[in-house]
Design a protein around this ligand. Structure first.
Ligand code: MF3
Ligand code: CO
Length: 257
């Protein structure tokens, strides 16, 4: 069952979402060659505590961190480590979620570390744009397949591939609610979107083939062909006025990250 939220509940989710956004913006500003991924995790923990929220990922199915930090060929769920330092030319995905007063927010972005190759720049741009194209489809009366297909078409039209093993999700009083939100699909198919539904849309895009596998740490997903991967995510509500991105300030305009 897909749960619809009241306007008051959406306001609560927006408060959670703004903490996620604020932490990710600060984390993005911390990124420089030599930064250890654990430093991002420590920052996110402190920021979350200051804002009286709880890191949503920590302890989830035994996940040890508060953020997921995934570098280059790592797709998602990289575990922050004091010995894992980013280098000039890397791309770094940061995925973060919080719970505030019973409501969740979840978002992610991938950033360049210093100067990166044009191929990596394109991967980041196309993945962000695929999220933007998915978000545009978040309107009452549209179907979930419209969102999924918009993401997939933009990714594949640009020569990249969409990961199948991980998907976006409904979100609310739990981090993962129905429906699943795949980054591939068929326009006009799937559940109809209704006012008050909230979706975490999160394209995971590989520069090579779509395959992924999980490392022996039981978390880190990497591309099977060693190609690069990027990940962008926002928590988005369906409203009569169109998509409401809950994981950024209301007044924000322009690119979603
Ligand atoms: N954005 C991811 C998701 O929604 C983050 C989950 S990481 C985990 O599924 F560690 F919490 F599993
Ligand atoms: Co998510």
């Amino acid at each position: 069952m897909v749960i619809c939220k009241s306007p008051a509940e959406l306001e609560k989710m927006h408060r959670a979402g703004l903490i996620v956004w604020g932490a990710l913006e600060k984390m993005r500003a911390m990124v420089r060659p030599g930064l250890a991924t654990k430093e991002l995790d420590e920052f996110a923990e402190a920021y979350t505590a200051e804002h009286r929220a709880r890191p949503a990922f920590k302890g989830y199915r035994g996940y040890p961190g508060s953020v997921c930090t995934s570098i280059n060929q790592e797709v998602v769920h990289g575990i922050p480590s004091p010995s894992r330092r980013v280098r000039e030319g890397d791309i770094l995905s940061m995925d973060f979620g919080v719970e505030l007063e019973g409501y969740f927010g979840d978002a992610a972005l991938t950033v360049p570390v210093g100067k990166v190759t044009p191929a990596r720049e394109k991967l980041l741009r196309v993945t962000r744009e695929s999220l933007e194209r998915g978000i545009e489809k978040v309107r009452p009366g549209n179907r979930l397949g419209d969102v999924s297909a918009a993401v997939q078409q933009w990714v594949e039209g640009n020569g990249f591939s969409v990961v199948r093993e991980f998907v976006g999700h409904g979100i609310g009083t739990k981090m993962h609610e129905e429906p699943q939100v795949p980054n591939y699909g068929t326009p006009g198919q799937g559940p109809r979107l209704q006012e008050g539904m909230v979706l975490a849309i999160e394209p995971m895009v590989n520069s090579g083939g779509p395959g992924v596998r999980v490392l022996d740490d039981d978390w880190t997903a990497v591309t099977t062909d060693g190609s690069d991967s990027a990940h962008f995510e926002h928590t988005v509500a369906v409203t009569s006025k169109g998509p409401w991105i809950l994981t950024r300030p209301r007044e924000a305009t322009g690119p979603v990250w």
